[in-house]
Design a protein around this ligand. Structure first.
Ligand SMILES: [Zn+2]
Length: 470
């Protein structure tokens, strides 16, 4: 018996980009297949992109995806002058819908089934509807390349699961269990292999709105007596701070209540439903309506269908849709497609001029990428900008923050930082690792795996592409 083997092709000494191959008794599965943002940014940026006309050559040559036989799309391998065989992998398990965990599923062979939670599926649908097709973001379906007019898209084989319900892939039995993270539909996995249970956390936190979900996962994982734990470590070197979603609510609410006449702009990730509910509530309790961007209506439309999420739909009485300015038939703020026109035609859609006539009645959910609207809205000095996302942790983000600050200076706006992270703080991570007491710990999704020596002596310093036998 050779036993279970793990190979890490991404998420090694980097935050995100997880691509973990698990092989056991003839079954082969990937845990996530995400885009490594920092890895991509090392070589590419806005106007220098990996070339799609080259198939997967640029991605493989520059180390953005691994050279593994029989996993990629036939069309992209042919374009790269390589042969694509029948798929050699039985499944991909998706932990959650963040791009650094799912984006490069776009390149995988059409016959490889993709397993995800049903809420995760809804979120990915909204992401796909919200933006024009992008070569690096074709998770649920893809257009075979080189595409011509009328080339039909190919639907992937999507299998949805529910928390606690086991399913089988070949000889492997897999139990997904919900966890709390900054996006709904997030899961950890317990995979029963011939060597014992292998646990994968995905991204987790214990200070969020539903810590009991992560607790349930940790308890079950511990009970499985894991031989291996693959654990995230995003915030291993951050100093613990007092943070929670109720605190985000309390601070934002006090701030908005203290500035009854000021226009308010809240900058947060719209896929974070906790945060969306927080600002929806802050708006309502201060007699304001939450102004959302046209594109964000796709999320509201998809996710308001799920009664467990408690998300308002785009036509809710306390939601206003920001209607971008139209200049000779096109929108001044960018390109809009498909259903955008329907959203813009709704009675609760309002223009910048309409909103700025009475700004104290609105709370605008606008991030930096919506800042062009400020030119049309002309917010008066002293308007509030609430940055409700993580502080910059790399050079690119620092540059963006400088640019944000230039906009704030230009309009004499006040900046406030109010946030609660999607990732567990280090004491919580150490606690989880100690509690599960796995035979081996494989730290992923972190730039500082070595910090885990504080919690266990069974830590493996992962070498990328090396295969570990359990
Ligand atoms: Zn995540």
């Amino acid at each position: 018996m050779s036993g279970c083997k793990l190979t890490f092709y991404g998420g090694v000494n980097e935050v995100g980009g997880n691509k973990i191959l698990l092989e056991d008794a003839g079954a082969r599965i990937f845990l996530d297949f995400g885009r490594g943002f920092s890895r991509r940014a090392k070589f590419f940026e806005e106007y220098l992109k990996p070339r799609s006309a080259n198939g997967l050559v640029d991605f493989i040559e520059m180390g953005l995806i691994p050279e593994v036989e029989g996993i990629y799309r036939e069309d992209l391998m042919e374009m790269a002058g390589k042969k694509a065989g029948a798929p050699t992998v039985d499944a991909v398990l998706v932990s959650h819908a963040h791009a650094d965990h799912v984006d490069y599923i776009s390149f995988l062979h059409r016959d490889i089934p993709v397993y995800m939670g049903s809420t995760c599926h809804s979120i990915l649908k909204a992401i796909q509807e919200r933006a024009p097709r992008d070569f690096e973001r074709e998770v649920l379906d893809f257009v075979p390349r080189p595409s011509k007019r009328g080339t039909r898209h190919v639907e992937r084989k999507i299998e949805t699961f529910r928390s606690g319900k086991k399913f089988k892939v070949g000889s492997l039995e897999i139990k997904p269990i919900h966890v709390d993270h900054s996006i709904p539909g997030a899961y950890g996995f317990i995979i029963y292999t011939s060597s014992g249970a292998v646990v994968y956390t995905g991204d987790i936190r214990l200070h969020g709105t539903k810590p009991e979900m992560t607790r349930e996962f940790v308890d079950e994982a511990k009970a499985s007596k894991p031989v291996a734990l693959i654990c995230e470590g995003t915030r291993l070197i951050d100093l613990p701070v007092l943070e929670s979603e109720p605190l985000v609510y309390r601070h934002s609410n006090a701030l908005v209540a203290g500035h009854p006449n000021a226009p308010v702009f809240a900058d947060f990730n719209f896929k974070d439903m906790d945060r969306l509910r927080t600002f929806y509530r802050v708006a309502k309790e201060n007699g304001r309506k939450l102004v959302v961007k046209l594109k964000d209506c796709y999320y509201l439309k998809q996710l308001s269908k799920d009664p467990n999420l408690g998300i308002p739909n785009y036509d809710d009485k306390d939601i206003v849709i920001y209607k971008p300015k139209q200049v000779s038939g096109t929108y001044a703020d960018g390109d809009y497609y498909g259903e955008d026109a329907n959203f813009a035609a709704l009675p609760n859609a309002k223009t910048a001029a309409e909103i700025s006539k009475n700004p104290s009645r609105f709370l605008c959910a606008f991030g930096y990428f919506g800042f062009a609207a400020l030119i049309d809205m002309k917010p008066p000095p002293g308007s509030l900008y609430i940055h409700s996302a993580s502080e910059p942790y790399n050079e690119e983000m620092t540059l963006s923050q400088d640019r944000v600050n230039n906009w704030l200076d230009k309009f004499s706006m006040e900046r406030h930082q109010i946030h609660c992270s999607g990732h567990a703080k280090s004491p919580d991570l150490f606690h989880v690792v100690k509690e599960m007491d796995a035979g081996m710990l494989f730290p992923v999704h972190t730039q500082h795996p070595e910090m885990y020596v504080k919690a266990t002596r069974k830590m493996v310093v992962i070498e990328e592409s090396k295969t570990y036998s359990l």
